[in-house]
Every structure is written in structure tokens, then in C-alpha cells.
Design a protein around this ligand. Structure first.
Ligand code: ADP
Ligand code: MG
Length: 257
């Protein structure tokens, strides 16, 4: 039986079917969908990287800095972030969907992302807010991409879920896999690893390289941050990248470090 990957038309057909479903389900697909632009549009910043890299630590620190400058920052995460997507988060991270394979997981991530983008991210950006998201579409590219899902399927799902929405800045926090996993183990304590954290160290290494490849391919969107430094030093590097990307903040008098 030929796999989907051998039929280039299959993803187009799948995409059209899902798009039609999406349109009838939530009134998406109008001409202006995805066009969150103009003077009132907020800023969309995503944090990416492996387990224990410091994403959650740094995203709250950035939110604090922006708030101190009077910016309205919304902090959210994936998978999850909206009530529908949080349900899917549980299915994904518990490992309940693992038996269905990487493609099915990619579709579940996309389903969660549609809910998150439609109900939380896009309205917040339209309202002019800063949206800071702990993991986003690059994690699907990396985790399901290295898990064997065809890039064509990932592209199709991304087009459906994002409808042209793209982060203005993606901070990829990079560090050796063993350091991240050791940190994650300390943070976790007696609790069990989640479905992705539990993977073998070589798989984590492949993910690290995949994040770096995204950063190399899209240098205008991505900044790689050295995650091995102290939390304060990482915070300073994140802040430097954010101020570099958004000149309107460069004139704002923030803390000197
Ligand atoms: N720069 C750092 N140096 C040392 N430990 C850190 C650093 N950043 C975060 N940690 C700690 O490592 C653990 C994982 O950090 P976290 O922000 O939860 O990572 P992630 O969200 O990327 O998985 C936490 O216990 C956190 O306190
Ligand atoms: Mg985290």
C-alpha cells in the first residue's frame, strides 16, 4: 500500500478537506483571515528549545520586564493555552495518543493550535497586546518532524492552524541535552516524565539540532540564546534580542542589564 508521502496530491486534498471543515466550524477562511497587521497589531514572541532549557523561567521574566514598561503582555503555552487545547494537551503529554503514531500526534497538536490561535492568540494580537507563547509551531516541526512525520503534512497542518500568522520573534534557548534533562529531572522531583521528556537522549539531540536548523533557516525571525548561562545572564540575552527586534522598546528606558 503506498504511503501518503508517496502521493504529493494527498496533502493538498487533506488540506482542502480540513480547511472546508474549519470554515464551516468556526467561520474561518475569509479573505482577511490571518491578516493581523497594521498599527494596532500586538507583538507575538515564542520561546522554543528542549526540555529544561529555561523557556518557562525566561518567559515569565520577559513578561515581567514588559509589564514594568507598561506593555500589556499575555503569557500562554502550547500544547494548550485555551480551554479546548488544554484538553488536547493532556491527551498528548500523557502519551495517550502515542500509539497512533507521529502523524496523529501532529494532527492533535494542530487541532489544539487552531483553538489556541482562534480563541486566544489572534484576538489578543488584534487588541494590540504582546503575546508570549511557551512553545509554538516550531516545536511541532521539531518533535513530530524528527519523529518521522512528513514535512509536507507538517506544512499543510501549519497552514491550516496558523492561516499566515507567524511569530515576530522566536527565541530558541539552546543548551546541551544532558544539562536540560538534568534540570528537568530536578524540577520534576518525584513526578513522572511526560511523553516527550521520556524519550531517549539521542532523540533529544536530534531535536536540538532541528531547532538550530530552523534558526539557521530563518535568521530574521529567530534568535538563538545560550541557555547554559545563569538565569540572570539568559534573561539579559533574551532582553537584548527582544529590544533588537522591536525598536520601539529600544527607546524605552528599561533596566540596564
Ligand atoms: N539558566 C539556568 N540555570 C540553571 N537552572 C535553570 C536555568 N534556567 C532554569 N533553570 C531551572 O531548570 C529547571 C527547568 O527550567 P524551565 O524554565 O522549567 O525549563 P523549560 O520550560 O524550558 O523546560 C527549573 O527548575 C529552573 O528553575
Ligand atoms: Mg516549561
Amino acid at each position: 500500500m503506498p504511503g501518503r508521502g508517496e502521493d504529493p496530491g494527498a496533502f493538498t486534498a487533506l488540506e482542502q478537506a480540513l480547511r472546508a471543515f474549519g470554515r464551516s466550524y468556526r467561520g474561518r477562511g475569509q479573505d482577511d483571515a490571518g491578516d493581523v497587521s497594521g498599527a494596532t497589531r500586538g507583538r507575538f514572541v515564542t520561546f522554543e528549545g528542549g526540555e529544561g532549557a529555561g523557556k518557562s523561567t525566561q518567559i515569565s521574566r520577559l513578561a515581567r520586564r514588559l509589564t514594568a514598561l507598561g506593555r500589556d503582555a499575555l503569557l500562554t503555552r502550547e500544547p494548550g493555552g485555551s480551554s479546548g487545547a488544554e484538553i488536547v494537551r493532556h491527551v498528548l503529554l500523557s502519551g495517550a495518543a502515542r500509539a497512533f503514531g507521529s502523524d496523529a500526534e501532529a494532527m492533535l497538536f494542530a487541532a489544539a493550535r487552531i483553538d489556541h490561535v482562534d480563541r486566544l492568540i489572534r484576538p489578543a494580537l488584534e487588541a494590540g497586546r504582546w503575546v508570549l507563547c511557551d512553545r509554538f509551531a516550531d516545536s511541532t516541526r521539531v518533535y513530530q518532524g524528527t519523529g518521522g512525520t512528513d514535512p509536507g503534512l507538517i506544512d499543510a497542518l501549519e497552514r491550516i492552524a496558523l492561516e499566515g500568522l507567524k511569530p515576530d520573534l522566536t527565541l530558541i534557548i539552546d543548551l546541551p541535552v544532558e544539562i536540560g534533562l538534568a534540570r528537568a529531572a530536578v524540577r520534576r522531583g518525584a513526578a513522572e516524565t511526560d511523553r516527550f521528556e521520556a524519550d531517549h537522549v539521542e532523540i533529544h539531540e536530534r531535536r536540538r539540532q532541528a531547532f538550530l536548523a530552523i534558526a539557521a533557516a530563518e535568521p530574521e525571525r529567530c534568535a538563538v540564546i545560550d541557555g547554559t548561562a545563569t538565569p540572570d545572564a539568559v534573561e539579559a540575552a533574551v532582553w537584548a534580542a527582544v529590544r533588537g527586534r522591536f525598536p520601539e522598546l529600544a527607546s524605552a528606558l528599561g533596566p540596564p542589564h
